[in-house]
Design a protein around this ligand. Structure first.
Ligand code: SAM
Length: 343
């Protein structure tokens, strides 16, 4: 496809991805096409921008890698459906102010707006750590003729940037499974106080649950289903697991639980039940709820794969595991193990 045709093709591709009757393979095909086309929009090649850097709030993946995130159909589709639902709910507003930290070179999560598939009066504040990502995005927006949608483009570690006004929508995806290493939690906590009362965080809620998982048994089952293009069955998955408990919930109010320095957030204490046998490992499982019933389920994307924290040893049955989340250059959960008699 010639680049000149992209402006017309893009809304159609987006429509196909959002189409409930098309299957995941078709959606992936469309998203790959979008990725390839958008990669060539700028005169500066993304190929050269392959260095992941570490900011004060964790890793900031390279623009080239960030660009690839769009290819994950379940993830991208969940964000687009959630954005559509959010805009519909806020349509009474004259202008919808959106803040998008970690936008990357394609601003993939708001692409339906930029491509003209969704029509709404919006002003978007884009933030990214990488100037190269913003340069690319600027050329993309220019090409699509959507400069009027841009409120600001900020190159910064996003949590160092102070908004001067409130926002209606906060949309972002700066996370790895188990909320480790990237700054998603810090960024939600930094910007959530600037959301208007009826504003929407996307995803609205992230839940982390602890389980004992028979890792190799579960993985074999997941791979089999994947090969045969079958959906994962939640009941089957529970056969490889023993639930330990809910660890953490991230939503627009979580910042209220942050400690004095705002660096540590208390999570739940877990009563560790007996490890079934040595094939089971302590794991954190991630689920995303966007808005209404729009979700990203386990294994639908790398960000919802189980995370097995590197513990000195597996906790023992009867232990209490105090959990906290620590933001900063190496974000993630920290654990303090004690025995019940220490209480
Ligand atoms: C996982 S990519 C997501 C890209 C795009 N939003 C998407 O979902 O397809 C994360 C992006 O956030 C940026 N980022 C991560 N942490 C950041 C921070 N603390 N401040 C500013 N940008 C950050 C990275 O540079 C990268 O471009």
């Amino acid at each position: 496809m010639a680049l000149s045709d992209l402006k017309e093709a893009l809304p159609k591709y987006i429509e196909d991805v959002l189409d409930t009757s098309s299957n995941t393979t078709q959606k992936e095909h469309d998203l790959n096409k979008i990725h390839d086309q958008l990669s060539h929009i700028s005169s500066t090649s993304l190929i050269n921008n392959s260095a992941t850097e570490t900011s004060g709030q964790g890793i900031c993946i390279a623009p080239k890698t960030a660009a690839r995130c769009i290819k994950s159909a379940p993830r991208t589709l969940a964000y687009w459906r959630a954005l559509k639902a959010t805009l519909a709910r806020q349509q009474h507003k004259k202008t919808i102010h959106i803040i998008y930290p970690g936008c990357g070179p394609f601003a993939s999560l708001v692409l339906p707006l930029l491509a003209g598939h969704l029509n709404a009066q919006v002003k978007i504040t884009f933030i990214d750590y990488h100037q190269a990502a913003l340069n690319h995005l600027e050329q993309l927006i220019d090409y699509l003729g959507k400069d009027h949608m841009v409120a600001d483009m900020i190159c910064a570690e996003a949590s160092t940037w102070q908004p001067s006004k409130n926002f209606d929508v906060l949309i972002l995806e700066c996370m790895l499974n188990g909320l480790q290493r990237e700054g998603h939690v810090a960024l939600v906590n930094h910007f959530a106080p600037f959301l208007v009362e009826d504003g929407q965080l996307l995803p609205g809620q992230i839940d982390i649950h602890a389980n004992w998982i028979d890792a190799s048994g579960e993985l074999e089952y997941v791979q089999q289903q994947c090969f045969s293009k079958q959906k994962l069955n939640g009941t089957e998955i529970t056969k490889f697991r023993r639930a330990i408990g809910t660890v953490f919930k991230l939503d627009r109010h979580t910042y209220l639980k942050a400690g004095h320095q705002k660096k540590t957030i208390r999570a739940n204490s877990l009563n560790i039940l007996e490890r079934p046998d040595a094939s089971y490992h302590f794991a954190l499982c991630t689920r995303l709820l966007f808005i209404d019933n729009i979700r990203l389920h386990e294994y639908e994307d790398g960000i919802t794969h189980p995370y097995y924290p590197a513990l000195a040893s597996q906790p023992a049955g009867g232990d209490i595991l105090d959990v906290a989340y620590q933001t900063g250059a190496q974000p993630g959960f920290i654990f303090n193990r004690r025995q019940q008699c220490d209480m």
